[in-house]
Design a protein around this ligand. Structure first.
Ligand code: SF4
Length: 180
């Protein structure tokens, strides 16, 4: 046995055996008609770069972009599963609403949900608005509404959220999942 062979064996670099079936396979991203598109993982503020492989309107694979200085071709398990965000048959695509004391979820239109959220925010803010605190200091706030953001939000979105909720609506309790 040569020295190189012995070294390879010692460090576990022996050539791997391949079956004929394995050798006959090729990666699906090398099929004819595959288009690759550079994108950004939507899940967290790390912002890993992705290569999205598609045929027509169907995504066939998503991998880390090797040219990215952020992730260098890697993705965490969540980022590697981004395809499911678009194409999973289990994806929830309607607004789910469970009324007070209800025991089942109901499907509602998105416009209905947006109006309901806006109505509840406005009525709660009006009902609980504090112009001055107990010591007479000007506060212009409500302590009855809180906002919790997710780590998928980027700096610009967080800036706008803080501006809207605190400067615009007087909501003090604005937090983010990443700080909890
Ligand atoms: S969820 Fe994972 S792959 Fe996506 S940006 Fe964050 S670390 Fe990167």
């Amino acid at each position: 046995m040569s020295l190189l062979h012995r070294v390879r064996r010692h460090v576990g670099h022996m050539p791997q055996p391949h079956t004929k079936a394995t050798l006959s396979l090729s990666p699906r991203i090398t099929q004819p008609g595959v288009k690759s598109t550079i994108s950004v993982c939507p899940y967290c503020a790390v912002g890993c770069s992705q290569v999205v492989y598609s045929i027509g309107n169907e995504i066939i694979d998503i991998e880390g972009n090797p040219d990215s200085p952020i992730n260098g071709g890697t993705l965490c398990p969540k980022g590697a599963a981004t395809r499911g965000l678009v194409q999973s048959p289990l994806r929830v695509t309607t607004v789910k609403y469970r009324p007070p004391h209800g025991t089942a979820w109901e499907d509602r239109p998105l416009d209905w949900a947006m109006d309901r959220i806006a109505d509840l925010v406005a009525s709660t803010r009006d009902r609980t608005w504090t112009h001055r605190d107990a010591e007479g200091r000007l506060v212009n706030r409500t302590l009855a509404i809180g906002h919790l953001g997710g780590a998928t939000l980027d700096n610009e979105e967080n800036y706008l959220i803080k501006k809207l909720f605190t400067a615009g609506l007087g909501i003090v309790a604005v937090e983010n999942q990443a700080r909890i």
